[in-house]
Design a protein around this ligand. Structure first.
Ligand code: GSH
Length: 213
């Protein structure tokens, strides 16, 4: 098999989860850093959604959903047992990701871009987001990480979005009533894995030499 190609945008939370899972699995990839406003032709040609991340595994095989990339990476190699023995964490992780991707993300976008959604105040949008944050805080009062005392795929799937939430109003987040979530988030942000994935990289342009990582 050729080296898989990952099209990615550094600050995209979906890309972060996909890239972290690939790196954790030790899968060598060719990384193509793109701009959302200027998606390159090969990407538009095979992404059904015109979004990143996209992982091209072979000539005819593409995965264009970040969560599917996470699961594919773990199916190749799961050195830290993020799936758990007999995939025990998978179902709970999927349920959490569903809420994260389809409900929290919507509230988060409204909170982040409240000026574009004047139907409610930014505070109201933040309160909507807090429903999910409260759920996380509750989970983190039972374990060190969301599903267990160790990192699982749920943490990797969710934390890039909580990171975005925390950055909308840093001062508010710092004094908010979610100390466990803050602590959990900071630990993941400080992790070697995230820092490697979050490194700045030059943009990829068609015909550029490949950057393998
Ligand atoms: N369901 C997709 C969503 C990916 C997504 O929405 N990515 C954003 C970047 S964070 C994107 O590519 N947006 C395209 C655009 O803004 O033009 C996934 O999980 O991969």
């Amino acid at each position: 098999m050729n080296t898989p190609i990952l099209y990615t945008f550094r600050r995209c939370p979906y890309c972060m989860r996909a890239h972290m899972a690939l790196k954790n699995a030790g899968i060598k990839i060719e990384l193509r850093e793109i701009e959302l406003s200027n998606m390159p032709q090969p990407l538009l040609a095979f992404s059904t959604t015109s979004t990143v991340p996209v992982l091209q595994i072979s000539e005819n095989e593409v995965i264009d959903e970040s969560w599917d990339i996470v699961k594919w990476a773990l199916s190749q190699h799961d050195p830290e047992n993020w799936l758990g023995d007999a995939k025990t964490y998978l179902l709970d992780a999927e349920i959490l990701i569903e809420t994260n991707d389809y409900s929290f993300k919507l509230d988060l976008d409204h909170y982040k871009y409240a000026d574009r959604h004047p139907e409610m105040t930014q505070e109201q949008y933040r309160i909507n987001c807090e429903e999910f944050i409260e759920e996380l805080e509750d989970m983190l009062s039972k374990h060190r990480y969301l599903l267990a005392d160790k990192i699982t795929l749920a943490d990797i799937g969710v934390f890039p979005f909580v990171r975005q939430f925390s950055l909308v109003d840093k001062d508010w987040f710092e004094q908010s009533d979610y100390p466990k979530t803050r602590n959990w988030l900071q630990g993941l942000i400080d992790s070697v894995l995230f820092q490697q994935v979050f490194q700045k990289r030059p943009l990829w342009k068609t015909n550029d030499l490949s950057v393998y990582i």
